[in-house]
Design a protein around this ligand. Structure first.
Ligand code: BGC
Length: 254
């Protein structure tokens, strides 16, 4: 691993498993990231083997903190009880144990949206923001991180709120994955996002929404059409936030 990196981050998503050594001073990749496609049957063994491959590829030293951003609520020492977008065989598994065994070293696992929110709070669009920030990731699913005066309230699953009787799980109607599948135009999708962020605004009264995920690169095509009162801005670290946040989080645990 390159010397400018102090930690290693991995981001496990529904379509790709991405990893990079991270420069924690700058809050950015120290080397270009490597993306490996998520196996079609994304069992714990299959996913953990790819994470191992990532560590080997970057020759991550045993002393480096390793953080893994994972798309489900993570409570250390407890078995997983909910999984939306990877294989259901993850349920009942101690995620930290599986990854630590596969990697031959202790690793730290954190919810992917929490990792992204932490990165935005530390280095990006939510830096220095007081009050309540809701950082969201729009990808295969919708992930959320609640940050109050700089402190993360972990494991919120607000991508699954009920929008109305017809849409009992918000991410199944408003995620970026759904936009791609249904080939929705950005303006049409923004109407769905208005409904989603409008409800979140009504229930939480945040001071700022941050919108991340790969699609945040295209934010000028949809964010101006999300019609809510609360300020809503694109993530600064874009799609890098999960990896940077996981690496940062792991470094705080060592
Ligand atoms: C999961 C969350 C995750 C989000 C983004 C949701 O389906 O339940 O835990 O943060 O997707 O990956």
């Amino acid at each position: 691993m390159i010397e400018t990196a102090q930690a290693f981050g991995v981001d496990i998503g529904g379509s790709g498993i991405k990893a990079a050594p991270v420069d924690l001073e700058k809050g950015e990749f120290a080397e270009p990231r490597l993306k490996i496609l998520t196996p079609e049957v994304s069992t714990p063994q299959a996913v953990a083997a790819i994470v191992r491959q990532q560590l080997d590829h970057f020759e991550v030293p045993a002393s480096a903190p390793v953080g893994i951003a994972f798309p489900a609520p993570i409570k250390p020492g407890q078995k997983l009880d909910f999984m939306a977008n990877l294989d259901q065989s993850w349920i009942g598994v101690d995620v930290t144990e599986v990854f630590s065994e596969a990697c031959g070293r202790p690793v730290v696992v954190v919810n992917d949206a929490d990792a992204a929110g932490l990165a935005e709070q530390q280095y990006g669009a939510a830096k220095g923001q007081n009050g309540l920030v809701i950082a969201t990731t729009l990808g295969t699913g919708i992930g959320t991180a609640l940050i109050m005066n700089g402190t993360l309230v972990p494991n919120t699953e607000l991508g699954h709120i009920m929008l109305d009787a017809k849409h009992p799980d918000a991410e199944k109607w408003a995620s970026s994955g759904v936009r791609e599948q249904k080939e929705l135009g950005y303006k049409k999708w923004a109407k769905r996002l208005t409904k989603y962020y409008g409800l979140m605004e009504k229930y939480f009264n945040p001071d700022l929404f941050v919108v991340g995920g790969g699609v945040s690169r295209q934010s000028d095509k949809f964010l101006p059409y999300v019609d809510i009162k609360t300020p809503i801005v694109p993530a600064k670290l874009r799609n890098e936030a999960g990896i940077v946040g996981a690496a940062y989080y792991a470094s705080t645990k060592q």
